[in-house]
Write a protein that binds this ligand. Structure first.
Ligand SMILES: Cc1cc2nc3c(=O)[nH]c(=O)nc-3n(C[C@H](O)[C@H](O)[C@H](O)COP(=O)(O)OP(=O)(O)OC[C@H]3O[C@@H](n4cnc5c(N)ncnc54)[C@H](O)[C@@H]3O)c2cc1C
Length: 296
C-alpha cells in the first residue's frame, strides 16, 4: 500500500533529545541502522507514509536549543531548526537576500512553512528544491557536526544528485552560513509551477555584483533541469567583466538555456523547460541588475 498519506503504519523507535550532544550520541549509536533526523517532517513523514521509506530510529531535533538561533551580524547564520516562516520575517533576508526570501515565499502554504526548515530542504535534495538555487548563488555553506568533529561544506558541493548528498550517517546539519552581500550587488529568484505553492517546473536564482555598468561577478543557478540544481557557468562567463545591456542579457539567457539538461516528466517537457529557462533567465537577470542599481 503506497498511497495512504494519513497513517504511519511502520514501527520505529522515536527519540526527542534535548541537547546536541545527546542527538549526536544517538546518530552515532544507530549510524548503521535506518536512522533519520526529523526536523519539520514535511518531506520525511510524507515519504515514510507514501513510498515505504523504512526508518528504524527517528531522532526529532526540534527540541534542541543549540539549533535554535538566528545571527544577522555578519551575513546570516541560521540554526537548523528555524522554520521557513520565521526566516521569511527577518528584515535582512527581505532586503539583502531577496532571492532567498522569494524562494521561501514560493514554497507551499504557510502551514508547511511553519514546520519546514532549510536543512530539511537541502538534505532531501530534490532537484526542484526552492531554497537551493538562492543558497548556491549566495555561496552559502552548511555546518556538519558529528561526535568525531565538524566541517563546513558549500551547499553547491553538498548535494550530489537527486536525493543524494555527502552527509554521513552520524552527521547532523547544525547551521547554515550565508556570507554578507556587497552594497552593489543584486539578486532575484523566479519559479514556474503548475499552480501556486506547487513543485517547480523550473526555478532559478541569480546574484550579481556591479561596478558602474560592468558586471563584476555573477552566479546563475537553475533547478528542476538536471539531477541537481546547476550553475550555468558558460552564461556566467559571458556576463562577467562585460558592460551590461539588453542585447548581452538576451545572449546570456540563450547560453544558459543551452547549458541545462532538462527531462520530460509529469510537470513539463524538456523542450518547454528549455524555452522557459531562456525567458526566465532574461527576466530575472534584468531584475537582479536593477536591484544592484544598474540601468538598462
Ligand atoms: C504540501 C507540501 C508542499 C511542498 N512544497 C514545496 C515547494 O514548493 N518547494 C520545495 O522546495 N519543497 C516543498 N515541499 C517539501 C518540503 O516542505 C521541504 O523540502 C522542506 O524544506 C523540508 O524541511 P523539513 O524540515 O520538513 O524536513 P524533514 O522532512 O524533517 O527532513 C527531510 C530530510 O532531511 C533530513 N534532515 C532534516 N534536517 C536535518 C538536519 N539538520 N541534519 C541532517 N539531516 C536533516 C531528514 O532526515 C530527511 O531525510 C513541500 C512539502 C509538502 C508536504
Amino acid at each position: 500500500m503506497h498511497t495512504n498519506t494519513k497513517i504511519l503504519t511502520q514501527e520505529f523507535e522515536y527519540f526527542a533529545p534535548k541537547t546536541l550532544e545527546e542527538a549526536l550520541d544517538l546518530l552515532y549509536r544507530y549510524k548503521d541502522k535506518n536512522t533519520k533526523a526529523l526536523a519539520g517532517g514535511t518531506d520525511l513523514l510524507v515519504k515514510m507514509k507514501t513510498i515505504d521509506l523504512k526508518v528504524d530510529y527517528l531522532i526529532n531535533i526540534k527540541d534542541i536549543p543549540e539549533l535554535n538561533f538566528i545571527d544577522t551580524d555578519n551575513g546570516l547564520k541560521i540554526g537548523a531548526i528555524i522554520p521557513l516562516s520565521q526566516i521569511e520575517k527577518i528584515e535582512k533576508v527581505k532586503t539583502k537576500y531577496p532571492a532567498l526570501y522569494e524562494g521561501i515565499k514560493s514554497m507551499a502554504a504557510i502551514a508547511i512553512r511553519n514546520m519546514a526548515t532549510i536543512p530539511g530542504n537541502i538534505c532531501n535534495a530534490s532537484p526542484a528544491a526552492d531554497t537551493v538555487p538562492p543558497l548556491i548563488v549566495y555561496g552559502a555553506e552548511v555546518k556538519l557536526v558529528s561526535k568525531e568533529g565538524e566541517r563546513t561544506v558549500l551547499v553547491e558541493d553538498f548535494i550530489t544528485g537527486a536525493g543524494e548528498t555527502i552527509i554521513k550517517a552520524d552527521e547532523l546539519v547544525t547551521q547554515l552560513n550565508i556570507p554578507e552581500v556587497n552594497k552593489n550587488s543584486g539578486s532575484a529568484f523566479s519559479k514556474k509551477s503548475r499552480v501556486k505553492a506547487d513543485i517547480a517546473k523550473i526555478n532559478l536564482a541569480i546574484w550579481l555584483e556591479r561596478d558602474g555598468n560592468i558586471c563584476k561577478g555573477c552566479r546563475i543557478v537553475l533547478g528542476s533541469v538536471f539531477i541537481k540544481a546547476v550553475r550555468a557557468k558558460k552564461a556566467e562567463d559571458l556576463l562577467k567583466g562585460q558592460a551590461v545591456n539588453t542585447d548581452l542579457i538576451i545572449e546570456v539567457a540563450r547560453k544558459a538555456s543551452e547549458e541545462i539538461k532538462p527531462i520530460d516528466d509529469v510537470r513539463s517537457t524538456a523542450e518547454y523547460r528549455t524555452d522557459l529557462a531562456q525567458v526566465m533567465v532574461e527576466d530575472t537577470l534584468k531584475i537582479a541588475w536593477e536591484r544592484a542599481g544598474g540601468k538598462l
